[in-house]
Design a protein around this ligand. Structure first.
Ligand code: DOR
Length: 445
């Protein structure tokens, strides 16, 4: 008797084709994938008409615990995650206090164990004086460096310190690549005397494409100098894609977030500061270059940079309005709507959103539907289009920049470690995720 049988699902196989099959889960693992229906389980899901995908691994979220739990916490953020088919997340260190030492990391791990309904991993954040902790804090999925300021106080804008961090240790370094000097110069240029009511659009001009490119080039230079494993977070410009197409060493990987694929600076008109984020949304001509980067493999994976702020906080005038938007529960339907429209394939979604993140962060046994892999799964309905509705958003932020968009591929069930956590819009009580394991970095191609 298995713990769970998912019967008659259309199952996405590692090679990218789908087959009708029954999937048996037991003790957290995918135990059997079979065409025969002679197996029994303690729970059976009738999945006829639904597509079974490996659970999404979202490798960049901000869940605000500790310090700003009115925006999100590990419970609300992880609930939003499973609603969106995300079964594991990697969370950023810019909470308050920030995750910059073993004690803060332990605190987060303990809180997540009690409250997160998805599997979890945490970054350790680089500060001015925590070089040792960066390389010893355990378990951490990597080191996060803010090369330019964003939400919170973490910032490494000193070239020598940046060099030292790249030179010390071998753990993966993930960078928020925006150049702080240029941000400061352009902030005083655009926000100087005579501009007391700046529009939100100005954010994209202050943090222009050059701001991102300069920092991305600096990080790649340092990675090459020391052979250091580098992941570039939320690539946002055609210029960065062009640069990486020519110069991406094997130890460098990068990601894009749906916001830079599906939103643009035109959206400030309707949505104002709701689309303000770092790095900012760009002119509409930019997104095709990011898509091309994804399709031809320059960009490796997709993250959301889920960065919840309340609608009230967002209403403040620029530059008091905070940067970031929620996204963890809409990324899979956004991408599956593209599959339905023929823009990409299920196999690419599997690579960009499940297996790729597992591979790049060294998370064993996740990201594919195969016997022996962890039973982290999501069953989605590709037949029905439904709009994004602010009132239905699970994130404590309570809104989405995609409100009103008709999307398909919404999760009906999400299974974490072989247990059904999300079931037709509801979270089942008493089920929690586990801390992720990270193996040693082995390079990324
Ligand atoms: O827009 C952003 N918001 N970008 C980041 O890098 C951080 C995030 C946040 O934590 O609010």
């Amino acid at each position: 008797m298995f713990d769970l049988i998912i019967r008659n699902a259309n199952v996405l196989q590692p090679g990218g084709t789908t087959v009708p099959a029954d999937v048996a889960c037991h003790r957290g693992k995918i135990e059997q994938i079979t065409a025969t229906s002679g197996i029994n389980g303690r729970e059976t899901i009738d999945a006829r008409g639904l597509l079974l995908l490996p659970g999404v691994i979202d490798p960049q979220v901000h869940f605000r615990e500790p310090g700003a739990t009115h925006k999100e916490d590990l419970s609300s953020g992880s609930r939003a995650a499973v609603r969106g088919g995300v079964t594991s997340f990697l969370e950023m260190p810019n909470c308050n206090p920030p995750t910059t030492n073993q004690a803060q990391l332990d605190w987060k791990l303990a809180s997540a164990e009690r409250r997160s309904v998805a599997n979890f991993g945490f970054f350790i954040g680089a500060s001015k004086d925590n070089l040792e902790a960066l390389n010893t804090a355990h378990p951490a999925c990597g080191i996060k460096i803010f090369m330019g300021t964003s939400t919170g106080d973490l910032l490494i804008d000193d070239e020598d310190l940046l060099d030292t961090i790249f030179a010390t240790g071998d753990r993966l370094i993930a960078v928020h690549a925006e150049d702080e000097t240029r941000i400061r110069e352009r902030s005083s240029l655009f926000l100087g005397a005579g501009n007391d009511r700046p529009s939100y659009e100005i954010h994209s001009q202050i943090r222009d494409p050059e701001t991102a490119l300069v920092a991305t080039q600096r990080a790649v230079r340092l990675s090459k100098k020391y052979g250091r494993r580098l992941h570039i977070l939320h690539l946002s410009t055609a210029e960065e894609v062009d640069f990486l197409r020519l110069e991406k060493p094997p130890q460098v990987s990068c990601e894009v977030v749906p916001n830079h694929l599906f939103l643009s600076s035109d959206d400030y008109r309707q949505l104002g500061s709701r689309v303000q984020m770092n790095p900012p949304v760009r002119v509409p001509e930019n997104a095709p270059a990011l898509w091309q980067g994804l399709l031809d493999g320059v960009i490796d994976i997709i993250a959301t940079d889920h960065a919840p702020h309340t609608a009230e906080e967002k209403r403040q005038p620029y530059p008091l309005s905070p940067s970031g938007m929620p996204g963890v529960e809409t990324s899979l339907p956004l991408m599956l709507t593209e599959v339905a429209g023929g823009q990409c394939t299920l196999q690419q979604i599997q690579e960009w959103m499940s297996h790729g993140p597992a591979r790049l962060y060294g998370i064993p046994d996740k990201g594919l539907i195969a016997e022996g892999f962890d039973a982290d799964l999501t069953l989605v309905d590709l037949e029905r289009y439904r709009p994004v509705v602010n009132e239905e958003i699970f994130s404590r932020a309570g809104w989405s920049p995609y409100s009103g968009r008709q999307l398909t591929g919404w999760p009906v069930y999400t299974v974490v470690n072989g247990r059904v956590v999300f079931d037709h819009g509801e979270i089942r009580p008493g089920i929690y995720g586990q801390a992720l394991n990270f193996t040693e970095p082995t390079g990324c191609r």
